[in-house]
Design a protein. Structure first.
Length: 115
């Protein structure tokens, strides 16, 4: 069993920045990939960014050049640095971890971009 705890969400003005963190804990697991997804009101959950244990990354087109995902394997922690935030980035952001035993989700953290 893996527990994911997210932090770092909040309210920010357009053009601002935030950094999300997600720490995985538990025992007997090996994480293959960690990522961030988001879900805006009335919309489906979508991939934002993912990073593998070897450091390969993939981003949604809408965040390329603005968001950066990074990972500390030794601490089982993943980060999402979000720059030049836009109104349309407003959503609940969820951390995800893929392991050989299954896929796990965090509880979500709210990011609101507003004047």
């Amino acid at each position: 069993q893996v527990q994911l705890v997210e932090s770092g969400g909040g309210l920010v003005q357009p053009g601002g920045s935030l950094r999300l963190s997600c720490a995985a804990s538990g025992s007997g697991f090996s994480i293959t990939a960690m990522g961030w997804y988001r879900q805006a009101p009335g919309k489906e959950r979508e991939l934002v960014a993912v990073i593998t244990s070897s450091g390969r990354t993939n981003y949604a087109d809408s965040v390329k050049g603005r968001f950066t995902i990074s990972r500390e394997n030794a601490r089982n922690t993943v980060y999402l640095r979000m720059n030049i935030l836009k109104f349309e980035d407003t959503a609940v952001y969820y951390c995800n971890a893929d392991t050989w035993g299954g896929s796990y989700w965090g509880q979500g953290t709210q990011v609101t971009v507003s004047q």
